[in-house]
Write a protein of this length. Structure first.
Length: 434
């Protein structure tokens, strides 16, 4: 063995010994850390709400309720009927008209609905993506009682209390009950249905009428305010600004923190957030019902809202839609929104066979900016098919091609209409000369 081989053997041996020593030290450190965790585990568990229910009761002002499925935690808040949320009182809902409520629901209910029987439901969950691993740890329900507007919040202090929470939620449903949510169709009700199935219980909301306010809000408010999150609707429409509220995306982490260390103080903000969601749904329903019935002057509504509400009404009540659009026109001096109101109204008038009104709008719109191929096309159709004025119809089509011929969407149908009109004019000339 030469000198190089001997040196390599010495260094390899020392490196091996050093690596083995490092490995032993790491294992020893990990064992010590594991011992510390196991030693502290009973201490951490003792801080959970089950060990100190009085702490939870003091912070959240609730109490434990026994059910056939075990205990759960419940809070009650009773708001006086004249309590204001934003600029409206809660009991204004009870005086709101309901004749056109089925139109806003989308699917007409099988029975008349009373606003005093509505349950306003909102959940707070352990995650925002849904699925079988996501729990609804807090279910808030608001409705009118003899005490005013009452909000009951059902809370599971640990995962084993879920059956008791669901049992309490099932008791909410009566013979005349119906449901109001905000994004409940896509999230809250789907999640609750999953939880009931996993607990082998029947889903109490499966067959009762349901109004998801998010879908209606998008139809009514999105053209003006853009984002239709509940907080933005509160700010832009309801006249309510949340102060110190917990963002919804932080709520799952707060609950998981409570499960780990039993600290209930951050949960007070979660319960408050849940109650605000419910109160905002009440005032939003009041506003939408008063708006679509045009019951009174509504300061929260602009001509944009009368444009979109008329669009909703036109599907079932043309005359009522016309009144909404007319009111929007009376309120505005903005040329753009006035143009959109006339366009919407003229389309509905055409469908209703009221061509006198529709043509009046089209001719008025043709004389004012902006240049719109819709107006040229509709007037050309009317003059071709209803009046037989092929020459003026052709003038309108050729003018539209000058402005919009570079856009394929408009060029092809306009060229087709132009060619047909030229053919008709030629035949008319041949007939006259003959």
């Amino acid at each position: 063995m030469n000198l190089r081989d001997r040196l390599d053997a010495i260094f390899d041996s020392s490196a091996t010994n050093r690596n083995s020593n490092d490995k032993a030290l790491k294992i020893k450190a990990l064992r010590a850390q594991l011992d510390r965790i196991l030693a502290n585990k009973p201490h951490v568990r003792s801080l959970r709400p089950q060990g100190e229910p009085s702490n939870l009761e003091e912070i959240l002002h609730g109490s434990e309720v026994e059910t056939q499925s075990g205990p759960a935690f419940v809070t009650e808040y009773h708001y006086p009927p004249d309590f204001r949320h934003g600029i409206r009182k809660l009991d204004a809902l009870l005086n709101a008209p309901t004749k056109r409520l089925p139109i806003l629901l989308g699917t007409p209910p099988a029975r008349p609905l009373s606003l005093s029987d509505a349950i306003f439901l909102d959940t707070e969950t352990t995650g925002l993506s849904g699925g079988t691993g996501t729990y609804a740890f807090l279910v808030g329900a608001g409705f009118f009682t003899a005490k005013g507007f009452s909000v009951y919040q059902y809370f599971m202090r640990d995962f084993h209390e879920e059956p008791a929470l669901l049992s309490l939620v099932s008791r909410l449903v009566g013979d005349k009950s119906w449901l109001v949510t905000f994004n409940g169709k896509a999230f809250d009700l789907n999640l609750l249905a999953t939880r009931f199935i996993l607990c082998r219980e029947s889903f109490p909301f499966a067959c009762i009428p349901h109004w998801d306010l998010l879908a209606t809000s998008r139809s009514v408010f999105k053209p003006r305010i853009g984002s239709c999150s509940l907080s933005n609707i509160e700010r832009e429409v309801l006249g309510f600004e949340r102060q110190g509220d917990i963002p919804g995306c932080e709520i799952p982490a707060i609950y998981h923190g409570f499960i780990r260390d039993g600290n209930a103080r951050p949960l007070a903000g979660v319960f408050h957030h849940n109650r605000l969601d419910i109160l905002s749904m009440v005032t939003l329903v009041t506003l939408l019902l008063q708006g679509i019935h045009r019951q009174e002057a509504i300061s929260e509504f602009t001509p944009w809202e009368f444009l979109t509400l008329g669009r909703i009404m036109a599907k079932s009540d043309y005359a009522a839609a016309c009144r909404l659009w007319e009111h929007g026109l009376d309120l505005t001096d903005n040329e753009r929104i006035a143009y959109l109101l006339k366009r919407e109204w003229s389309s509905a008038a055409k469908k209703a066979g009221d061509y006198g009104l529709a043509v009046g709008f089209w001719e008025d719109m043709l004389a004012c900016p902006p240049v719109d191929p819709f107006v040229h096309e509709e007037l050309a159709k009317y003059r071709e098919h209803k009046v037989g004025d092929y020459h003026n119809a052709l003038v309108l089509v050729e003018e539209a091609l000058v402005f919009f011929g570079h856009i394929r969407k408009w060029r092809e149908p306009l060229e087709h209409r132009r060619d047909r009109l030229v053919t008709k004019i030629k035949r008319c000339n041949e007939t006259m000369s003959a």
